[in-house]
Ligand binder design. Structure first.
Ligand code: SAH
Ligand code: SF4
Length: 378
């Protein structure tokens, strides 16, 4: 097959070493990789003709073999509180969501890794959508590229709008390891977005073998979606717990943060569900469970979505839960709900997933039954 018919390489998703290898593979000097990377990520250029320090002949060569193609932006919404949400369409045809949250001088971008999610946690609307596809590394870093462009923060070094990235959008990042890792590397590379390793956080529901593998590749911060302080309850809320129960999971997370050194700690995410996991005994079990785990705890009051079957606890109940953990010596924050007016809060990210698992059909069918039953009552 001639080069002319080979699919074009999307340079957006390549790390610096991958970019240098690409240039070498087309008979060019490796340093060209860094130059082009800077055009893409610092200056937001998607057209080779705009790359003024790249000669005409090389530009023509690049046009024939490569492209810089971010995912298509379907919509951009700005909330009254400054939160922004983008819906982007990925190659599989599904749409995923990216959310930007400005707070206390920081700007955190919440990035999606998959269209939908196969893990089906009982309180998560992404899970209810079923699974469609893994995002490519270009589609993952493309979300950062799009957000950066929308702030006009070009060159990126000056007055950055995005200071932190959390892999907490749609999907389970550790089940799309091969695309998530390079995308996070680009976030941290100087010729990418230059974000410090402490400020890039991967959140997982607990894919144990991949946590060990992650440690071999990057040293980003780790967040664990705990949600329950014992196996019985966690099996119900996070079905993956049946495969990787709490003792193995916490040991693996401890090993991960120990390797990071520098007093870095695990973030524990705990979505509070009224009457389910928010009782004093749950706080007590949590204190015992986490006593040897270097961690900080982030409580997430449940964000409702239609027919979830769960409710958010009252503010008093949330405060009592927080106080109990706090008195036991833990650092505990409660995540404030942001961007509710544009459906950008945690767990409300739905996108439009072309579900392969048919789970969303079942969910919609159950919803319809509920709605019919309610209509009949009225
Ligand atoms: N799959 C990964 C990352 C995406 S979810 C994970 O599970 O960690 C990001 C966080 O939002 C997780 O802690 C998740 O449990 C939480 N979450 C999901 N649905 C929620 C809801 N309806 N209300 C509040 N938090 C929710
Ligand atoms: Fe998937 Fe995370 Fe939602 Fe669970 S909470 S279904 S792992 S996205």
């Amino acid at each position: 097959m001639s080069d002319q018919t080979a699919p074009k390489v999307n340079l957006l998703g390549l790390t610096k070493p991958q970019m240098e290898d690409f240039f070498e593979s087309i008979g060019e000097k490796r340093f060209r990789g860094g130059q082009v990377m800077q055009w893409i990520h610092h200056f937001g250029v998607t057209d080779f003709t705009g790359m003024t320090n790249v000669g005409k002949a090389l530009r023509a060569k690049l046009e024939a073999r490569a492209e810089i193609r971010p995912p298509e932006v379907v919509s951009e919404d700005i909330s009254a509180d400054g939160t922004r949400k983008w819906v982007v369409r990925v190659a599989s045809g599904s749409c995923v969501e990216t959310v930007y949250i400005p707070q206390n001088g920081r700007g955190t971008l919440c990035v999606s890794s998959q269209a939908g999610c196969a893990l089906d946690c009982s309180f998560c609307s992404t899970g209810k959508q079923g699974f469609n596809s893994d995002l490519t590394s270009a589609e993952i870093i493309g979300q950062v590229w799009i957000a950066n462009q929308s702030f006009g923060s070009v060159p990126a070094k000056i007055d950055r709008a995005i200071t932190n990235v959390v892999m907490m959008g749609m999907g389970e990042p550790l089940l799309n390891f091969d695309n998530v890792v390079p995308a996070m590397q680009i976030m941290m590379e100087d010729l990418g977005y230059g974000i410090s390793k402490r400020k890039v956080t991967l959140s997982t529901s607990g894919v144990v073998p991949m946590i060990d593998k992650l440690a071999e590749h990057v040293d980003v911060s780790l967040a664990l979606s705990l949600h329950a302080p014992n196996d019985e309850l966690r099996n119900q809320l996070v079905p993956l717990n049946k495969k990787y129960p709490l003792d193995v999971l916490l040991d693996t997370c401890k090993r991960y943060v120990a390797r990071l050194g520098e007093k870095r700690v695990l973030t524990i995410e705990y979505t509070l569900l009224k009457g389910v996991n928010d009782q004093p005994e749950h706080a007590e079990q949590m204190i015992a469970l986490l006593k040897d785990v270097p961690c900080k705890i982030n409580l997430i009051p449940f964000n409702p979505f239609p027919h979830s079957g769960y409710e958010r606890p009252s503010n008093n109940a949330i405060r009592r839960f927080q106080d109990k953990l706090h008195h036991a010596g833990f650092s505990v924050t409660v995540r404030t709900t942001r961007g509710e007016d544009i459906d950008a809060a945690c767990g409300q990210l739905v996108g439009q997933v072309m579900d392969k698992t048919r789970r969303s059909e079942r969910y919609i069918a159950v919803r319809q039954l509920d709605e019919d039953a309610a209509a009949n009552r009225n």
